[in-house]
Design a protein. Structure first.
Length: 260
């Protein structure tokens, strides 16, 4: 009887172990789904990684860098400020002036990358977005250049150490009053950036809609050797505000010779 009791207990113990293994195996797919959902929510509402395919923001941001973009702050009504580096949707035809996109991947690799990008685990290399620095916000007067060749905002000259060495602040003379709800943007690599200056003859004189901003770039996350926090340059804190008149019409602009 004692031998039979021990055998029965062993069978019960083995049965309990099998049930536990089965239960744990069944929990794994659920945990994976939950993790993917969290990653997707983070990408959609909080932070998204972006791949930099062009040199228009050098030397601040280089080709191949991955930047993290804050998408949460705008949900709480925070406004874009002068000096911020923002990612925004192509207003229409701007990408034609940027560097060519990377060569396409093989089909299988492309599908894997698309899946990882969709859930936010891999930065996208083919989003129809651009990245530039905000020079002027709604109500500002942005002008180039003063007697010393500097860009001015509301009459205040900008000290721009972030501009790529060897570049002038701008080779295009201009004066633009930024309409309410719009932004005047420029790349830090002024000689290689198809920014607001290239669209002065279009509607709104090259400014972009604030509603087209995806978010603010806050840090260069990759490569680790170029990890950098992206902060507002001190020069923009010295710019005086101008009265922001509701329904401001088209601004003034004087334009010189365009880039060759």
């Amino acid at each position: 009887m004692a031998e039979g009791g021990r055998a029965e207990r062993r069978r019960l113990a083995r049965r309990v172990k099998r049930r536990r293994r089965t239960r744990r195996a069944g929990e794994v797919p659920l945990l994976v789904v939950v993790a993917l959902c969290i990653a997707l929510l983070l990408k959609t509402f909080l932070v998204q990684a972006f791949f930099i395919p062009s040199g228009s923001m050098e030397q601040t941001i280089r080709i191949g860098d991955r930047v993290l973009v804050d998408k949460l702050t705008p949900w709480f009504g925070s406004k874009v400020e002068r000096g911020d580096i923002v990612v925004f949707k192509d207003p229409g035809g701007w990408l034609q002036g940027e560097a060519a996109r990377p060569a396409p991947d093989p089909v299988v690799v492309k599908q894997i990358k698309q899946t990882l990008t969709f859930i936010g685990l891999l930065p996208s290399a083919d989003e129809q977005d651009l990245i530039k620095r905000v020079i002027g916000v709604g109500g500002d007067t942005v002008k180039c250049c003063d007697a010393r060749g500097r860009v001015t905002v509301n009459g205040s000259p900008l000290d721009e150490p972030y501009v790529k060495p060897g570049n002038t602040p701008s080779d295009i003379p201009f004066e633009v009053e930024v309409p309410a709800g719009r932004l005047f943007v420029m790349g830090d690599h002024r000689a290689n950036s198809a920014d607001s200056r290239f669209h002065l003859d279009e509607a709104f004189e090259g400014t972009i809609d604030e509603n087209g901003v995806v978010g603010e770039a806050v840090v260069i996350a990759w490569p680790f050797g170029h990890w950098t926090r992206l902060e507002q340059p001190e020069t923009f804190r010295m710019v005086p505000d101008q009265a922001r008149r509701e329904g401001r019409g088209r601004g003034r602009r004087r334009r010189g010779t365009p880039f060759a």
